[in-house]
Design a protein around this ligand. Structure first.
Ligand SMILES: [Zn+2]
Length: 296
């Protein structure tokens, strides 16, 4: 993704990994191959690898630079995290930090970290391993989490009885250390951060997920978190992912967001759409499709 300017706010993408991820029928339990046949002209090969039946996904952070603040939105999987249930993430070593450096930013210069929700692929770089301890990666940042999201996971962990840790154990290694460092602010799901950035609720995938609106000098963008994981969900908005805790609610949230943005000038910046990531929703018959920002 090339840098996008939304009025005075510059947006860049910091990629951790990108490529063929899960099988479509695994990621989207109600997926049918006919869907690809109907939308092949724009879905294949960019968003769907036909030969392997894999959805092409990206795991990235979005960096917002306003005239006052450097803000990271979502922090991927992270390095050194113990994630045995997901071999691709387990003890991962990526160049994410050096990609931040390419954008002329040191961790000390990040003012805010927003996590749209607290899944393991959105909180990882909140912390890094130093001398065997998880410490905040961004020592001068305030980390903003939605209160309902934080309290949901706090409660869920107390009542969790499974053998494997809930949510890959990310609450313990990527959330609690920044809480204990005194760097977290819990916010309402409906929250005006400053004159150009606000949060709004997007429940379903997780109970307290938020999306982030940027509105500067008449230009608008929407960081949609995991309201959608792949543009296949524009071809068929009823498809919720395997990872949605409330698939029905997720469906309603997704449908409303798609209707609100379709054929508008709102630039979408989803958390898992592969390069070039930024784009616009366009109606296509009784469904929708995705158009790169460059093709507006
Ligand atoms: Zn995710």
């Amino acid at each position: 993704m090339i840098s996008q300017m939304i009025g005075e706010v510059r947006v860049d993408r910091i990629v951790e990994t990108q490529g063929p991820f899960a099988e479509a029928s695994f990621l989207l339990p109600d997926f049918t191959p006919e869907l690809i046949a109907q939308h092949r002209d724009w879905l294949v090969p960019r968003y769907y690898d036909d030969a392997q039946d894999r959805v092409i996904m990206s795991f990235h952070s979005l960096l917002l630079r306003t005239p006052r603040y450097n803000i990271l939105v979502d922090t991927c999987v992270g390095n050194d995290k113990h994630r045995p249930a997901r071999p691709g993430w387990h003890l991962q070593q990526s160049d994410w930090l050096s990609r931040l450096a390419v954008l002329q930013l040191a961790p000390e210069q990040i003012d805010y970290v927003f996590c749209t929700h607290l899944h393991a692929d959105h909180v990882g770089w909140n912390t890094r391993l130093v001398d065997g301890r998880w410490v905040p990666t961004f020592p001068n940042a305030r980390y903003l989490f939605a209160r309902t999201e934080y309290e949901y996971w706090q409660q869920a962990i107390v009542s969790h009885r499974g053998e494997a840790p809930l949510n890959h154990g990310c609450f313990a290694d990527s959330v609690l250390p920044v809480v204990e460092a005194g760097q977290v602010e819990l916010i309402d799901n409906d929250y005006q951060f400053d004159e150009s950035i606000r949060f709004s609720p997007a429940p379903g995938h997780t109970p307290g997920m938020v999306v982030v609106h940027v509105d500067s000098r008449g230009q608008r963008a929407l960081l949609t978190g995991d309201v959608m994981h792949t543009p296949i969900q524009l071809a068929c908005p009823v498809l919720s992912s395997r990872f949605c805790l409330d698939p029905q609610r997720s469906r309603q949230t997704r449908r409303a967001l798609i209707e609100q943005c379709a054929d508008s000038d709102v630039l979408l910046l989803p958390a898992h759409f592969p390069d070039p990531t930024a784009g616009y929703i366009r109606r296509r018959g009784d469904a929708f499709c995705y158009r790169d920002a460059a093709h507006l």
